[in-house]
Design a protein around this ligand. Structure first.
Ligand code: GLA
Length: 767
């Protein structure tokens, strides 16, 4: 049995133990059992369902292999065939022909078990990589070969196991390392791999492929964790669903080039490796020095994708984002970008801030364009001196004005890049990252070489002194190009970035950091260690955002999503969507508004006021409630309320029954489910207005246009009281408009419509 006494002592969260030759790593819903085999290889006996350490005997037997073309560690002992073993570490050139977790510039490696230690804490990294924090125990297993040791660290936090590898050079020669993974696991069984892929304005699209005998790879080689392939991925048994089935979740605490691969072996093991991408990776580890990998994160649930998401969400909140932001409500913000772009001055910003305040926004963010000669994106990056033409009172004057209005003030920076048309580049052309070829620009800019101390010092000084010069409580840290010319420097660049973030933000814990990289080009656990939220995507079209936020929700909690309402029709898709849908999608994240307020109608302003008031009322639940993906919508649940939104794409011509199947309610309790009331715009009916209202109006005429600006009609709203069992079975929703005129007993919102439902407990009495 697991030592529950020890778990209790530790708050019931985890235990690591060594018993009868087996290492047991136990979280609440997950266990990992490891054993050293007679040849000193580290075997993975089990990773998955919680079991006892003494249950190792259930995973004891191995296929008797080792004939034919295979290699044996001991001639004659068929159990010593490394290619057939289920391992937690391996190496190249010694008979295991599956993927190797390390490469030493082409030579073989034969690390065997040396010792272990169980430590009562998470062991700090020495190299400046971010890592999971909080109370956790750590198992350190050391393997060695002549001239080198490998320390494998396993920590457990709640339901999540975190793992990393440290190579120590104990010899006299430099070790040239071309690959070192954070984790290797040989899981029993066959799986499908789900990755989250995409590109600019189309991030985090889930794709699922079976893991067969060829390697399936999830990798980024852009220098950032990338919008192409998020470092997080899932392995699930075929047939797993939201609430059932065995699913593993994986991620990496890293913002640079990452790599993960899965491949099934003939014996039915699935090898999973995770770490820094070996593409262009090369590092020299000098005698006496160490190289540390980022932390690999892994969890398991037998309650489907939803179970994995909930474990990962808790982990990110409690052990990844800076502790001061855990559970701390985030302000509703207004961002100047989509409304103003580069064209603003002090007066326009103050006027926008007044309007934003009147709507209920709490934080005013000045985006790009406030410094240097930054009137478009060709110039000025790198020159963080305020543009006095636009802002004659400086950031201090603007910030104080905004504070006087009762709002917080936030600022955009893009410190890692430089335009060639900038004073910084003219003074220090050698600070830009280039190779021996003609420089390649992305968004008219180059990256600064963050591997150079003087560059890091410049950024820390410029950003730090700007933050201290005005009442700034929020920073949007952007990075708008994929890198080239990084080569071997890719990892040192990321270490440089982490140093800069640490030096700027750790001494200023009051500053809320939202990172951004053309939207979600660096949406990863590494960045989240410095700032608790990330701008998910430059795509704010709500229909696109449903896909993006839903993709991210598999591995990241909604409080990490910067989610804004923007103008309709949308700048990227030209799609017109109802304001209610734009609001409902953004509610499931850190809500913001990013549009030109001066063009809003009075009725739209009123609708936004109501949206913000509702969001503030339920903010804790929207930001930190347990999130679930539903059929056609999302749900968040707090202690005493559940909120569920349904999202529609196209309205069918002959709509059928529609139901809302909630999750996680108490079957016995009774709940009131009610629609958040919403209004229909008259203009939406065009020439049909005579069918829906008792008047005959010219659809292109002035009267209808005026009426559209002032008159709204309530849409159908559902109100029922039923048991949790019934609501989880699926309450039938009001019928959808089907050519029969306006009726308050139906939902008339049309294409891209959405509803929000509030579900509150009303006790056990039947009513
Ligand atoms: C990037 C960001 C946007 C905005 C612009 C400003 O595209 O993703 O949100 O900040 O830069 O130039």
């Amino acid at each position: 049995m697991v030592n529950y006494k020890k778990m209790e002592k530790k708050g019931g969260l985890f235990v690591i133990e060594y018993r009868d030759g087996v290492f047991g790593i136990h979280g609440q819903t997950v266990s990992m059992l490891l054993r050293v085999d007679p040849y000193g290889l580290l075997e993975l006996l089990h990773f998955g369902e919680p079991v006892g350490t003494e249950d190792a005997c259930a995973f004891d037997y191995r296929p008797g292999l080792g004939w034919g073309s295979s290699i044996l560690l001991k001639d004659g002992d068929t159990a010593s065939c490394p290619d057939a073993l289920g391992l937690a570490w391996s190496g190249p050139g010694r008979g295991d022909y599956r993927e190797s977790p390390l490469e030493l510039a082409g030579s073989s490696a034969d690390f065997r078990y040396e010792s272990y230690e169980i430590l009562e804490e998470a062991i700090p990294m020495g190299c400046g990589l971010p890592q999971a924090h909080g109370e956790g125990e750590t198992l350190k297993i050391t393997l060695s070969q002549e001239g080198a040791k490998l320390h494998l660290y396993f920590s457990v936090f709640g339901d999540v196991v975190v793992r990393r590898t440290v190579l120590e050079n104990t010899g006299e020669d430099t070790i040239v390392l071309t690959k070192l993974m954070s984790s290797l696991l040989d899981l029993s069984g066959s799986y499908e791999m789900t990755t989250f892929d995409g590109g600019w304005i189309a991030e985090a699209r889930p794709h699922t492929v079976p893991v067969l005998d060829s390697r399936v790879v999830n990798e980024s080689t852009t220098g950032a964790s990338s919008n192409r392939h998020n470092p997080g991925f899932l392995l699930s048994e075929p047939g797993a669903g939201e609430e059932y089935g065995r699913v593993y979740g994986f991620n990496l605490v890293y913002s640079g080039n990452h790599y993960a691969a899965a491949q099934r072996s003939l014996q039915g093991l699935t090898r999973v490796v995770q770490g820094i991408s070996p593409s262009s990776f090369l590092t020299r580890v000098e005698p006496g020095a160490v190289f540390e990998t980022p932390e690999a994160v892994m969890t398991f649930s037998d309650r489907g994708f939803g179970g994995v998401s909930q474990a990962m969400h808790r982990f990110v909140q409690e052990h990844i984002i800076p502790a001061q932001w855990n559970g701390k409500e985030r302000p509703v913000l207004f961002n100047s970008w989509e409304g103003c772009m580069f064209h603003f001055d002090h007066r326009r910003l103050v006027s926008l801030a007044k309007d934003a305040k009147d709507l209920g926004c709490e934080l005013f963010v000045l985006d790009d364009g406030w410094f240097g000669k930054r009137d478009d994106d060709h110039a000025g990056l790198g020159d963080y001196d305020v543009n006095k033409k636009k802002l004659p009172h400086g950031l201090k004057g603007l910030g104080e004005k905004i504070r006087e209005l009762g709002m917080q003030f936030g600022l955009w920076f893009e410190p890692e890049s430089v335009n060639m048309d900038s004073d910084l580049y003219r003074a220090h052309p050698d600070w830009a990252l280039t190779d021996r070829f003609e420089p390649l620009l992305g968004r008219h800019q180059l990256l600064l070489d963050l591997t150079k101390q003087e560059v890091r010092d410049y950024i820390v000084d410029k950003v730090g002194s700007t933050l201290d010069s005005a009442p700034i409580t929020y920073v949007k840290w952007d990075m708008n190009r994929h890198s080239v010319a990084l080569g071997e420097k890719a990892h040192s660049y990321i270490l440089g970035l982490y140093e800069v973030l640490e030096r700027i933000f750790v001494p200023r814990p009051h500053v809320l950091l939202e990172s951004c990289s053309s939207g979600g080009n660096r949406f990863d656990l590494g960045m989240l260690c410095y700032g608790p939220q990330i701008w998910c995507s430059d795509d704010t079209d709500p229909i696109e955002r449903i896909a993006i936020q839903e993709g991210l929700s598999y591995l990241y909690p909604q409080s990490t999503f910067g989610a804004h309402v923007s103008a309709s029709p949308h700048a990227q898709t030209l799609r017109a969507t109802p304001l209610v849908t734009r609001g409902n999608v953004s509610f499931f994240g850190c809500l913001g508004y990013e549009l030109d307020l001066k063009h809003l109608l009075k009725i739209e302003k009123q609708q936004i006021r109501e949206q913000i008031a509702l969001y503030k009322k339920y903010r804790r639940v929207f930001q930190f409630g347990a999130f679930q993906r539903l059929e056609g919508g999302w749900q968040v649940s707090g202690e005493d309320v559940t909120l569920a939104a349904t999202f529609r794409k196209l309205v069918p011509a002959a709509p059928g029954y529609e139901r809302l199947r909630l999750r996680g309610l108490d079957r016995e309790k009774r709940y009131r489910l009610s629609t958040v009331p919403q209004q229909l715009r008259i203009g939406q009916f065009g020439s049909l207005v005579k069918h829906v209202a008792p008047v005959d109006l010219d659809p292109n005429g002035m009267i209808l246009r005026i009426a559209d600006r002032h008159i709204t009609m309530p849409d159908g709203a559902l109100e029922i009281t039923a048991s949790g069992a019934a609501l989880m079975a699926g309450a039938r929703l009001l019928p959808v408009f089907r050519g029969t005129g306006y009726d308050q007993q139906q939902r008339t919102l049309g294409d891209f419509g959405s509803e929000l439902y509030i579900i509150e407990e009303v006790g056990n009495e039947r009513s």
